[in-house]
Design a protein around this ligand. Sequence first.
Ligand code: SUG
Length: 451
Amino acid sequence: MTEIHEINFDGLVGPTHNFAGLSFGNIASHAHSKQTSHPKKAALQGLEKMATLMRMGLKQGVFPPHERPHIPSLRKLGFQGTASDIIKTAAADHKQLLTNMSSASSMWVANAGTTSASSDTSDGKTHFTAANLSSMLHRSIEHEHTSKMLRTIFASDQFFAHHDALPGTQFFGDEGAANHTRFCNSKGTQGLSCFVYGQSYMQGGTKPAKYPARQTLEASEAIARQHGLTAHNTLFLQQNPDVIDQGVFHNDVIAVGSRNIMFCHEQAFLNQKAALTALKQEREKTTGEAFHIIEVPTAAVSVQDAVSTYLFNTQLVFPQGKKATIIAPQECHDNPAVKDYLESLIANSEAIEDVKFFDLRQSMNNGGGPACLRFRAALSNAEIESIGISTNTLMTEKLYDQLTAWVSKHYRDELTPDDLLDPALYQESMTALDELTSILKVGSHFYDFQK
Ligand code: SUG
């Protein structure tokens, strides 16, 4: 069977990156609300991570940011006139709406959608579904452009199948790959899709009391059906509602998995022991390879420390010929309990041999760690090559240089909440994004610029 490789596409931070406190249940977003942000620094921090992973020999791509403020959404809500008129009216009378339409949240592309590898689906194509992100207003406007972007980058009909987002109701609340992990063997095949949900509307049962459960079982099941997955290669686990109430608004804040490793907190899932024992048995039987479950005890790292450091919002990557490396935020290094835990893990683990820390503080302050910033796809070499034919979104040293120069030229150093009310920011951002369409070769109609 054709080998399948994991490729990470990181979301390029957009020019309106700001701290608006928009995400109820996301502790970092709330804590940094209304602070001054640093868009240029944010974008350069993200690019640095992409370049480092590329230089480690890993396959890396980039997703362009969405246009913000999103004038078509404001028009749908009844605002009229030119883009400048709309921004001025909204700034005067509906500041909160304008703020929601100005978020650079599309950078967290782990929430862009869910993908299933060609080796796992019934028609042998790689499937994509954009996430409706229906639980937060500022994110619910992302899926239309996300679908367009996925169709532009993964353009080959021969290899790829695309689905629109699920209906945008709470019943089908879908936050994409932040709640989905694909395990596989060392050749990237024999995949198992592990979908993690916060609550089920049909089955009832337990759910968080304080904060929203953004992903539903019904949404995860619908995606598995659309993608042609079967009972043999899917697993549905429920997140522990108690940790959602402690700020674990997506499963990727408390667990990360890849290939033959599940790295999670001991409080991540409901009925965890039985579920993980069954997972290990199934994987070892199917792949004939060892499967590693690394459960971090509360005594070593509290849920609170896991949420503030994003120990589990890390990436597990596999440089050629090596065991896994953890890609972690600097916050993990700065917290003594987490640092100690990681040191002993690296010293003793059979599966993980290194950790690299990254300064991603601008994104972290909105609740977005290394794993939030990346969309993983499991693709064959031919599928990856087809991306390079359609667009220029696969990372190279040249593209890295072009993108850092582009960010340095166009992005503001600082953005205050009041800066979002200024129509000049829109014009400035559109000039920047227009230039970006040529760099990434995504086509001149990629954005819906408004006069
Ligand atoms: O949806 N933050 C994002 C963070 C997404 C993190 N993604 C993953 N865990 N995969 C969210 O809550 C905050 C925006 C603000 O407050 O300005 C925000 O949208």
